[in-house]
Design a protein around this ligand. Structure first.
Ligand code: GCB
Length: 607
């Protein structure tokens, strides 16, 4: 049947490249602990809203040598027609979002091309990878005129192997970053934070031995706090090697042999001093194979729930937290990426009395998690499954699961990370439950040592009696939910009237509450957007929490005012969600001190 053959041929021609062909290589962990060459700095850029450098005028993808990946220009041969030129175009700093670097890009959602010319000297005894801390949202990478891979998702790291593709002398690295929001994306079209685009985290070249230690897990064994357990994963032809896991301070030197897949698991008895907010103890750990070795600093602790309590190292703990967006402090604004920025943000949390932070609503940069670990802050880490994801779309699920897996892969050795969260304020329903059930299973399958949660929503039983009624609550370890009594739900006095009841025996965790105020704007306690309203709301909220059965933690929304396109009121919001306890310029609002006083009390009570 000729028609059928033609139809099939047509269909196949239109099929995207086989899955996996241009997918990133498996994630390399602890990149900071390896031989790297930074590609950070000023990159040449081309702003390309119509994707002219990628599609022809029939909207068919251009061949590499016709696209901007070719990195040709008019200066090379002035008899040829070129309508782009990286050399004469403008620059952007990497890492960094483009929105806050160039006024014309403030609201921009689309493609920007980045180019970096770098010199390199390949070595026959080394493999070479290109590692991106994150780029928002879809990234297509080209090297020396050829596309080498693609990644989707704005907040997780990815790396491509360029061994044999990177050449001696000058190399042209061209990256197409597109932050268009997509209905099928994770997050989807709608959210409440700025869609910062660009190469938002560092880009580095990672050099490894031919067979190298790609990944490892070194943590306390589930249920056995006197046993350190884990595994090592080699990558390369010499898969079978002797590997030693050394923790000199604990006098541990454990030898294992990797199998034909380069994998070995281990267990060793140990009596570490446990990591805790009061004593964020980390140990120097060295993983040494025959062909490679990696150093890290790793802490050990247990986290579990018993009834309505959260136990850290077997002891009841109240999570005195705050939610944080990954945005730079002091009006530097834009996406945060550095350890310095992390220490300022986390310093405000510490000063408020926190022992915990909720890193909302996506995985933050690794420097943030590591700074929190050193400063004694437990972490709730989440993926951007937010509001209305396409629950029935298998590609959306695969995307969400990949982001979850990459988050866990990157941060599984961080003792301070105690909660993986899979969703925020998602609408009830069968498809959603199935989607989230699979994500939860994935998280537990990869890591059985931590708690799994989701930020759910409240349900009203009677006008003044509230609860959480969500099938998801059965699947997660906490009854964690966002509630805005006194802001979206009534006036602040409502906090005095409502009571809460929960039918599950699990710790209750308020993952969000609060309201907005402009720093320095004053008025009566019932006038919205004044510091007095916000202070009053926080005082009443705290009183309400004191009556809440099983409460084990709170992370008010939010540490700092953050940019959001949903917040348009001029003179008050000016594109900022004003629920920060600290203003975007670093001013502490009155409500900050309400939290500080309460957290001081709680510290006394629990320590
Ligand atoms: C929420 C969301 C958070 C918003 C916040 C708000 O429930 O989880 O992302 O920013 O409310 O301010 O409305």
């Amino acid at each position: 049947n000729i028609m059928l053959i033609l139809a099939l041929a047509g269909c196949c021609a239109a099929l995207p490249a086989a899955a996996g062909e241009d997918a990133p290589a498996p994630q390399i962990v602890n990149v900071a602990g390896r031989e790297t060459v930074s590609l950070d700095g000023l990159w040449k850029t081309i702003v390309d809203p119509y994707e002219n450098g990628y599609y022809d005028y029939r909207r068919k993808p251009l061949k590499d040598n016709m696209s901007y990946f070719a990195d040709d220009d008019f200066d090379k041969d002035r008899t040829k027609l070129f309508e782009y030129n990286f050399n004469t175009d403008r620059t952007l700093l990497v890492p960094g979002d483009w929105n806050t670097q160039r006024p014309q890009l403030y609201y921009y959602e689309g493609t920007v091309w980045y180019r970096n010319l770098f010199d390199y000297k390949p070595r026959t005894d080394r493999r070479t990878f290109l590692y991106f801390g994150a780029a928002n949202y879809e990234t297509i990478v080209g090297l020396n005129g050829r596309k080498i891979g693609k990644h989707v998702g704005g907040y997780t790291p990815f790396n491509f192997e360029i061994t044999g593709k990177v050449r001696e002398g000058q190399n042209s690295l061209v990256v197409k970053v597109d932050n268009k929001r997509l209905a099928e994306g994770v997050p989807t079209l709608n959210s409440d934070w700025w869609n910062y685009g660009g190469l938002t985290r560092s880009v580095v070249i990672v050099e490894t031995p031919l067979t190298f230690i790609r990944d490892y897990s070194v943590q306390l064994k589930k249920g056995e706090p006197q046993v350190i357990a884990g595994w090592v994963q080699l990558d390369g032809a010499e898969a079978e090697q002797t590997v030693t896991v050394e923790i000199p301070e604990l006098k541990i030197s454990k030898r294992v042999t990797t199998d034909a897949n380069g994998y070995a698991a281990f267990e060793v008895k140990a009596k570490p001093v446990y990591w805790s907010p009061e004593n964020p103890k980390l140990y120097a750990v060295k993983i040494a194979a025959e062909t490679d070795s990696v150093n890290d600093r790793i802490g050990f602790r247990t986290i579990e729930t018993r009834g309505t309590k959260i136990l850290l190292n077997g002891k009841e703990v109240f999570c005195r937290g705050v939610s944080i967006h990954e945005e730079a402090p002091y009006g530097m604004s834009g996406r945060a990426f550095s350890g310095e920025q992390a220490r300022i943000l986390l310093g405000w949390a510490k000063e408020m009395g926190c022992n915990f932070v909720r890193l909302a609503h996506y995985p933050h940069n690794e420097a943030m998690v590591r700074a929190a670990e050193e400063m004694g802050l437990m972490v709730w880490s989440e993926i951007p499954v937010y509001w209305t994801i396409q629950w029935e779309n298998p590609a959306t699920y695969a995307n969400a699961e990949a982001q979850l897996a990459d988050m866990i892969t990157r941060d599984k050795n961080r003792a301070n990370v105690v909660i993986w969260s899979v969703a925020n304020e998602t609408p009830h329903g069968e498809a959603r439950l199935k989607f989230l059930r699979s994500l939860i299973a994935k998280a537990r399958g990869m890591d059985d040592t931590r708690l799994v949660s989701a930020a759910m929503e409240k349900t009203r039983l009677k006008p003044d009696l509230l609860t959480v009624k969500d099938d998801l609550a059965d699947l997660v370890d906490l009854i964690s939910f966002n509630q805005y009594v006194g802001w979206y739900d009534g006036e602040s006095e409502k906090c005095d009237r409502v009571n809460w009841t929960f039918d599950l025996e699990k710790p209750v965790f308020i993952s969000e509450f609060g309201g907005g105020a402009v720093y320095g704007r004053h008025g009566g306690r019932t006038e919205r957007f004044t510091e007095e309203y916000m202070e009053d709301l926080y005082e009443r909220s705290v009183n309400m929490f004191k009556r809440m059965p099983g409460l084990a933690g709170t992370t008010p929304w939010v540490l700092k005012d953050f940019r959001s396109p949903r917040r348009q009121m001029v003179g008050i919001q000016d594109d900022f969600n004003r629920k920060g306890l600290v203003s975007d310029q670093g001013g502490k609002k009155k409500a900050y001190f309400v939290m500080q006083r309460w957290y001081d009390e709680l510290k006394e009570q629990y320590e």
